[in-house]
Design a protein around this ligand. Structure first.
Ligand code: ATP
Ligand code: MG
Length: 359
């Protein structure tokens, strides 16, 4: 599978731009702020129906304009697939495959498997646990179509339970029967989500480790640890044990909505004790493990977006990644870089076909 061409209209800083791509390596080079990352983000849109960088959809429309259109052609299983993503101010975003609009964007997710590696991934390390849960959930959802539904149900029941806790506090009342119903429903969904996350992480860790060893030459000892209250006890027991606390707090203080992934280097948090290059290597290994999962699940090599990946990495780490290009581990690659010479030297060394776009 590969992206053949793309046209952008009023997308971020582009009024109109057209690109025809190499089926293997494509590089966007140019100065800061020229739009390299924006092109990658447009490609990301075609897979996920949204921006990786800006969650506010309208802000992806070029300043002063009314709409954007991203129009692209992929080659997949020897067929041409046209994917168009467009947004007009004040209207809902539209995603079309071969001229037919999707009712639900979730039906499209997975059709164009794609992984992005970007400096913005640092959020996974520095931000709160929600960012890491989202990462984990997005990978699991691609493997398990029921998973997302379970998460939605869990969230809904938890909101109802929280509303009930608030009602109790406000009205100085308490009704154990109603609360028990929510506890049971929450346990049903929560326990299953926990099992899925646990199984997923068990499978994910060895793949992550092998990528990390490969990139760093086994120089660093890093750990990826799944943390959940549910390791201590089943959710029903935990909810019952914490009822007094929950009544005071007026929200549900235990459950899979508090799960986290702990990222460590030599048993210390990588957030505080990892160098920039070490953090970056950790994140790259994480994303390459995601790549493996998507590849296994979809049967095609996902498209890889490397945004500024060569910054902060030493030569040996860069060459390890390039080796993977040569080993045919990767399919189509899109690279953004501010240094044209560096990029050219690196991609030349792969002996693969490439195109460089000077923006
Ligand atoms: N909605 C928008 N309308 C117009 N311009 C926009 C919009 N959103 C972002 N931009 C512009 O896009 C530019 C940033 O583009 P981008 O992030 O792709 O740069 P880059 O080439 O990747 O730079 P760097 O080398 O610094 O990473 C900024 O100048 C920003 O103002
Ligand atoms: Mg950029």
């Amino acid at each position: 599978m590969y992206l053949k061409k793309i046209s952008l209209f009023n997308y971020k800083n582009f009024s109109e731009a057209n690109f025809e791509f190499d089926s293997k390596i494509n590089c966007f080079v140019g100065k800061n702020g020229i739009g390299k990352t924006n092109v990658l983000d447009a490609i990301y849109h075609l897979s996920y129906g949204k921006s990786y960088f800006n969650p506010l959809a309208v802000q992806n429309i070029k300043h002063g304009e009314e709409f954007f259109v991203i129009d692209a052609e992929f080659e997949k299983n020897e067929r041409t697939e046209q994917i168009v993503c467009s947004l007009k101010k004040g209207q809902k975003k539209i995603l079309k495959r071969n001229g037919k609009a999707y009712d639900k964007f979730s039906d499209h997710i997975g059709f164009i498997p794609l992984v992005i590696i970007s400096p913005a991934d640092r959020d996974l390390i520095v931000e709160g646990s929600e960012t890491r849960r989202k990462f984990m959930d997005s990978v699991i959802s691609q493997l398990d179509s029921h998973y997302l539904q379970q998460l939605i149900h869990y969230q809904k029941v938890m909101n109802q339970r929280n509303a009930l806790l608030k009602y109790f506090a406000l009205n100085h009342t308490y009704d154990n029967d109603t609360l028990s119903i929510y506890n049971e429903q929450l346990t049903e969904f929560g326990q299953s989500i926990f099992e899925k996350r646990k199984n997923f992480i068990a499978e994910f860790i060895p793949i992550f480790n092998s990528h990390h060893h490969n990139i760093t030459g086994s120089q660093e000892s890093v750990q990826l640890i799944y943390e959940s209250h549910l390791f201590e006890n089943d959710l029903l027991t935990l909810l019952q044990q914490n009822i007094n606390k929950d009544r005071i707090l007026q929200y549900t203080s235990v459950g899979i909505h508090k799960d986290d992934l702990s990222f460590e280097i030599d048993s210390y948090p990588i957030k505080k004790f990892g160098s920039q290059g070490q953090q970056k290597s950790f994140l790259i290994a994480l994303k390459l493990a995601q790549f493996e999962f998507l590849k296994k699940q979809s049967g095609v090599k996902p498209i890889l977006l490397f945004d500024d990946i060569f910054d902060k990495l030493d030569e040996s780490r860069v060459s390890k990644i390039i080796e993977m290009v040569n080993n045919d581990t990767f399919g189509q690659l899109f690279i953004s870089d501010t240094h044209p010479e560096r990029t050219e030297t690196i991609v030349k060394s792969t002996h693969q076909s490439y195109t460089i776009f000077n923006l």
